[in-house]
Design a protein around this ligand. Structure first.
Ligand SMILES: Cc1cc2nc3c(=O)[nH]c(=O)nc-3n(C[C@H](O)[C@H](O)[C@H](O)COP(=O)(O)OP(=O)(O)OC[C@H]3O[C@@H](n4cnc5c(N)ncnc54)[C@H](O)[C@@H]3O)c2cc1C
Length: 415
């Protein structure tokens, strides 16, 4: 019999198994894939974005899906503890933009191998290519973890760390939700987050802007009354089906949640030049036209926005690019500048959950003890990582949540 069985070898499960074994618990880690940490290894563009160095409050703010639930967990083990943890394992880390932390080696292998070495050092029994099919929960008796091949292990505590449903080829196929339900847990509605959005706008359908990326724009999701629900200042990209890129991914969960309320389409507002007020841009444009009356409007406005976007904005305003600025009405100039500051477009949906970076929804946090990750409904049952109804932006926030909740689940399961 085991003291602790951890199911799932992602960041949350790896950390849970280490934490349990460090407390002296006889621990087994079960992973259905051939490798441990498959999704962790592809995070942060394949370089393994292990955590984020921003202050704790900021990290929590970047976990809009129930991040505040993590306050008590963070008081035990937080993002700075993750950094120390990896440094103690001999993994040197470096900080990049927006506080993102990566291994100095730029190789995910360094991180995954360090975790595996630690598990070996702690004599954790690691079972790869071993798929759990069911859990038999027992009261006042050990739980039974039943493999797909019907082999059964008994354990005092079980930690479910099987992730969500996003990118299932990494192994996260949502197996844990049924087990959680069997133990009496509520699974809040699952939905894609950190996901590209689809649009039926003509400029998307006729691919006018396909492949165009915009830097440091301000993108907002608008509510029914046209007021912004959220704004993100980052890069974005027009694709053949809609929009993507960092600003879109961050806005996506707000779009998906609005669509879940029954709205058919959601308006998005794009300010391509957020660093300048509209009246300043207008004054500068009118002055440039006055100073250079023979210059084409395209030359006058060049540099304000990427050339392809400028040509598109001139086209929708019925202005030929070679037309002299001085020959264009003030009204048309105002309209072009307004389009740069207030470009609105509708999105109707997102790519499916399988193509999202992160799963929204999951095991309800109301039924989990926040400073232990133990189930409030079943003795000896713990949850950690993306299976919980917690989701953050990409940038190390989900992995931070997985490692922090994993730490707590593992050490308390051992207790
Ligand atoms: C392409 C991509 C990039 C990402 N980039 C970032 C980023 O930059 N920053 C960030 O914070 N987050 C990022 N994420 C999200 C982050 O990787 C996940 O939130 C995190 O890996 C979740 O950890 P987890 O341990 O809960 O689950 P997972 O990493 O999904 O691991 C779950 C494990 O459980 C195993 N398993 C499942 N079912 C069974 C079963 N029945 N029996 C045995 N084992 C089972 C799976 O094989 C898997 O190995 C990214 C995700 C993707 C897909």
């Amino acid at each position: 019999m085991y003291d602790v069985i951890v199911i799932g070898g992602g960041p949350s499960g790896l950390m849970a198994a280490i934490a349990a074994a460090e407390k002296g618990a006889k621990t087994m880690l079960i992973e259905k894939g051939k490798k441990l940490g498959k999704k962790l290894a592809i995070s942060g563009g394949g370089r393994c974005n292990v955590t984020n160095r921003l202050p704790e409050d900021e990290v929590i703010k970047h976990i809009p899906g129930n991040g505040r639930f993590l306050y008590s967990a963070f008081s035990v083990f937080n993002n700075y503890d993750i950094i120390s943890f990896f440094e103690e394992l001999g993994v040197e880390l470096k900080e990049e933009d927006h506080g993102r932390m990566f291994p100095v080696s730029n190789s995910a292998k360094t991180v995954v191998n360090a975790l595996i070495n630690k598990l070996e050092e702690l004599n954790v029994n690691m079972q790869l290519e071993t798929e759990v099919g069911a859990i038999h929960f027992a009261i006042d008796e050990p739980h039974q973890v039943i493999l797909k091949n019907k082999q059964t292990y008994t354990t005092k505590s079980v930690v479910i760390a099987v992730g969500g449903k996003a990118v299932p080829h990494t192994g996260s196929t949502g197996d844990g939700y049924a087990w959680a339900k069997k133990a009496g847990h509520t699974i809040t509605e699952l939905y894609p987050t950190e996901v590209a959005l689809t649009s039926k706008e003509t400029f998307i359908q006729n691919k006018s802007l396909q492949g165009l990326s915009l830097r440091d724009v301000a993108l907002s999701v608008l509510n029914k009354r046209g007021k912004p629900i959220i704004t993100h200042k980052m890069d974005m990209l027009f694709t053949h089906f809609g929009v993507s890129g960092p600003a879109v991914l961050r806005c996506s969960q707000f779009v998906v949640k609005e669509l879940m309320k029954g709205r058919d389409q959601i308006e998005m507002h794009l300010d391509v030049i957020p660093q300048k007020k509209e009246h300043v841009l207008l004054d500068e444009t009118f002055k440039a036209i006055k100073d250079h009356p023979k210059r084409s409007i395209k030359t006058i406005l060049k540099g304000l926005v990427p050339e392809r976007l400028l040509e598109y904005l001139l086209q929708i305003n019925d202005i030929a690019p070679e037309q002299n600025g001085a020959n264009i009405s003030n009204e048309s100039i105002r309209s072009i500048i307004a389009d740069m500051k207030n470009f609105t477009f509708a999105v109707e949906g997102s790519l499916p959950l399988e193509k999202a970076f992160v799963t929204g929804g999951g095991v309800s946090i109301k039924e989990i003890i926040p400073n232990t990750m133990q189930s409030k409904l079943m003795e000896g049952l713990f949850f950690c990582g993306e299976i919980l109804d917690i989701h953050g932006y990409t940038g190390g926030y989900n992995i931070t949540s997985a490692l922090v909740t994993g730490r707590l689940a593992g050490s308390n399961a051992a207790d």
